[in-house]
Design a protein around this ligand. Structure first.
Ligand code: HEM
Length: 323
């Protein structure tokens, strides 16, 4: 990765220092309230900035939840997705449409005033994603374990390990299993698609060129396929379609009703009905209480993937560049 505005030798020495710290990790682990002593207002600072952002932009919850997922999956929840520069994860195709990063920057800037060099960018992402989703409920939906530290590098190639929206069920399941997540996590976390939109390029192959045979994916309800064709008129359409029609901004269970009715937008949503265990869980998740409890447990597991703790990595001053 090539941090902006720094020369090659200083980048190398920063990387060396950071790797040295990585080698001496104390692996203290994550805990709720990690900043209670070191920065008592950390969580309220992030919440205030995020809630102001969510009040101004109802799509923020979806944007930040996706940033969190895209941070955690490739090399762990270490803010590697936030680093600017050529060859970073951020430069990879799936990350070009990430949004809400200005809110992460604003929260981090406020934290640097209150408690310089204390709160990691990786924790800001974890907290801000929770806060943005919670905004519509007026209360915090889940506790966030904190204590993550930030990576010193980011590699565009790592982003290719994000699940592809055209994965069939066994491959999708395997992609989660590689991160220690099971089918229950896959089903609960897929519920994030109750928020936000997808670009037509991820839907059109199901409408016009399914499995290369020029037909429509037989898994999509035909009436819904026709609706989608009106929004995505060709494989080159750049339109964005709502993933959970009727409740794009609402963190609710209607995504699961849609999946069950063969109205999942992405193939990876639809294939949840291709596995007995996943299909049973899709049914169960239609209860809001069960969905929220399952989501909380699964996002906690997702938030622990490959974290740097103790003295590993660093606490970036600016989330876009290594120190
Ligand atoms: C199961 C594997 C998954 C696949 C294949 C997948 C794929 C996608 C794709 C292709 C998009 C549309 C991107 C665009 O056009 O800009 C999307 C959007 C989104 N994804 Fe996923 N995703 C998966 C899991 C997740 C998980 C685990 C989360 C969070 C916990 C998540 C949260 C979101 C959100 C909130 C959006 C909407 C973003 C917005 O409107 O700004 N996804 N996903």
């Amino acid at each position: 990765m090539a941090p902006q505005g720094s020369n090659v030798s200083s980048s190398r020495s920063k990387l060396f220092l950071c790797l040295l710290l990585l080698a001496c990790t104390g692996a203290a682990g994550l805990q709720v309230g990690f900043y209670q002593q070191s920065c008592p207002d950390a969580e309220s600072i992030v919440r205030n900035v995020t809630w102001a952002g969510a009040a101004a932009d109802p799509s923020l919850a979806g944007k930040l939840l996706r940033v969190y997922f895209h941070d955690c999956f490739p090399q762990g929840c270490d803010a590697s997705v936030l680093l600017d520069g050529r060859g970073t994860e951020k430069a990879a195709g799936p990350n070009l449409s990430l949004g809400g990063l200005d809110v992460v920057d604003a929260a981090k800037a406020a934290l640097e005033v209150a408690c310089p060099g204390t709160v990691s960018c990786a924790d800001v992402v974890a907290l801000a994603a929770r806060d943005a989703v919670s905004f519509q409920f007026g209360r915090l939906l889940w506790e966030v374990e904190t204590g993550r530290r930030d990576s010193c590098f980011s590699d565009e190639a790592d982003a290719t390990s994000l699940p592809n929206p055209e994965f069939v069920f066994p491959i999708l399941k395997d992609s989660f299993a590689k991160r220690g997540l099971g089918v229950a996590d896959l089903v609960a976390l897929s519920g994030a698609h109750t928020l936000g939109r997808t670009t037509c390029m991820f839907v059109s192959p199901r409408l016009y060129t399914f499995r290369g045979n020029g037909g429509v994916d037989p898994l999509i309800d035909p009436g819904y396929a026709r609706e989608l064709m009106q929004q995505c008129q060709s494989t080159s359409s750049t339109n964005r379609v709502v993933m959970d029609p009727g409740s794009e901004f609402s963190f609710d269970t209607s995504y699961y009703a849609a999946v069950k009715a063969n109205r999942g937008v992405l193939l990876t949503d639809s294939v949840l009905m291709h596995d007995d265990e996943a299909a049973r869980l899709v049914d169960e998740m239609q209860d809001q209480g069960k969905f929220l409890a399952a989501f909380e447990a699964s996002i906690r597991r997702m938030g622990a993937i490959g974290v740097l703790t103790g003295s590993a990595g660093e606490i970036r001053r600016n989330c876009r560049v290594v120190n």
